[in-house]
Design a protein around this ligand. Structure first.
Ligand SMILES: C[S@@+](CC[C@H](N)C(=O)[O-])C[C@H]1O[C@@H](n2cnc3c(N)ncnc32)[C@H](O)[C@@H]1O
Length: 394
């Protein structure tokens, strides 16, 4: 099955021969997808207070020019093919440079393949601050600033995006700094992200705050959301909603075979311990090496109404009790040194566990570091040290 155009563009954007690869694509469709992405990103930046048309003129080798309009202003962005007689702003791009800027990683080349032109003054202008032409020109300047930022990957903080889209991953919960610490390295990568729990429960058009946040934090990423309710009205380019139950392992495996493997899986779904454990066991094998699996809202692990247990703190049927078993799995080679033991998939592939308040981040890789050697001294390891350093001496 051929990947959708936007995924093909994400794949070719950082290839040295992007120009040659684009020859196989319909240039008008490529421009429409790229300007659509730019339009969605304009929401992240301040724009003009009155609508301004920005005209994109995209040069296509041996095929002329494709023109496209992006209107920005207080009513949000609008795009349409076409050209105006005398727009306020023209942005002229080479097709390959447009695809590289919008869908590629940022670098010193970003922005080097375009010309920006603003309308010339119609004649001598009286420099009065309320001159209508000058006021309009100021709006156009804001529009250029907004649109040019949107032509490049977002480089701001995750917390700012959480606030912008209304995700409770900051405020209520305080997860975004931890996410930035662990996921910041993926920002420029072509990641695939799955979040369980879209939000809004039975309301079809409610929720999706974090999916939108991830879409912009990973400007080269594909973001998938899973919920028991149909949320398809929230779909947009690079954001795909799926419907199903995280407690159903067969469904999850089928989903992962279809849309995975994933670099990042986040469980913010039912928060029922048995569902959390089922989803982890089904989906962790479909996390790429070097990727992470995140479980949010672990407080429910202590609440019996959510299948938790606040008294037996090692109960492996609770989310936190289960995570504790992964700590032992991480050390299985040392633990089983003198005993026959068949390591499980999780023993062999969990390479790190990071616990924060209500949040666990599990690293995926190959847990193959050798066990410590048996000859290591069994007597007091401090006994050779000079007296002041001996643990037993006061
Ligand atoms: C806390 S909200 C998710 C919020 C969202 N992750 C965000 O940060 O914007 C939980 C969502 O999980 C969904 N959910 C509940 N049980 C589920 C299950 N068994 N499988 C999949 N989704 C479930 C609910 O319908 C609800 O929309």
């Amino acid at each position: 099955m051929t990947a959708p155009l936007i995924q093909r563009l994400l794949m070719m954007a950082d290839a040295p021969d992007v120009g040659a690869r684009l020859l196989a694509e319909d240039p008008a469709a490529v421009v429409a997808v790229a300007i659509g992405e730019v339009a969605s990103r304009t929401l992240l930046y301040l724009g003009p207070e009155a609508p301004i048309d920005v005209q994109f003129e995209v040069d296509v080798p041996a095929a002329g020019q494709v023109t496209y309009l992006l209107t920005v202003g207080p009513d949000g962005p609008r795009t349409r093919p076409g050209r105006l007689g005398d727009p306020w702003v023209y942005i002229r791009y080479d097709l390959a440079a447009l695809v590289r800027d919008v869908f590629g990683p940022s670098g010193p080349w970003t922005g080097t393949g375009r010309d920006v032109t603003m309308k010339d003054e119609p004649g001598p202008v009286e420099y009065k601050p309320d001159d209508p032409w000058l006021v309009r020109r100021d709006e156009a300047t804001r529009a250029v600033h907004q649109v040019l930022q949107a032509c490049e990957p977002y480089r701001g903080s995750l917390t700012a995006l959480a606030l912008q889209f209304g995700s409770d991953k900051w405020g209520g919960h305080w997860y975004t700094p931890h996410y930035e610490q662990h996921l910041g390295r993926f920002c420029d990568q072509r990641v695939s992200v799955l979040e369980i729990g879209i939000g809004g429960y039975h309301e079809p058009d409610a929720g999706g705050a974090s999916l939108r946040m991830w879409k912009h934090y990973f400007p080269r990423g594909m973001v998938y959301g899973l919920d028991v309710y149909d949320k398809s009205v929230l779909d947009e380019p690079r954001l795909v909603t799926l419907r199903g139950d995280q407690a159903d392992p067969a469904f999850l495996i089928d989903l992962a075979r279809r849309y995975g493997p994933f670099d990042i899986v986040i469980d913010d779904g039912s928060h029922v311990s048995s569902h959390v454990i089922t989803a982890f066991n089904a989906l962790f094998p479909y996390v790429r090496p070097g990727g992470v699996y995140v479980i949010e809202d672990l407080h429910t692990s202590y609440w019996p109404e959510w299948g938790g247990n606040g008294t037996d703190l090692t109960d492996p049927a609770t989310s936190v009790g289960f995570l504790k078993t992964l700590v032992d799995g991480l050390h299985h080679r040392d633990r089983i040194r003198d005993h026959p033991y068949r390591p499980s998939y999780l023993d062999q592939h969990v390479t790190g566990l990071h616990m924060y308040h209500n949040l666990a981040i599990v690293d995926k890789g190959r847990n193959t570091e050798q066990a410590n050697a048996t000859w290591r001294p069994r007597q007091d390891p401090m006994s050779d040290l000079p007296a002041p350093h001996r643990a037993t001496e006061k």
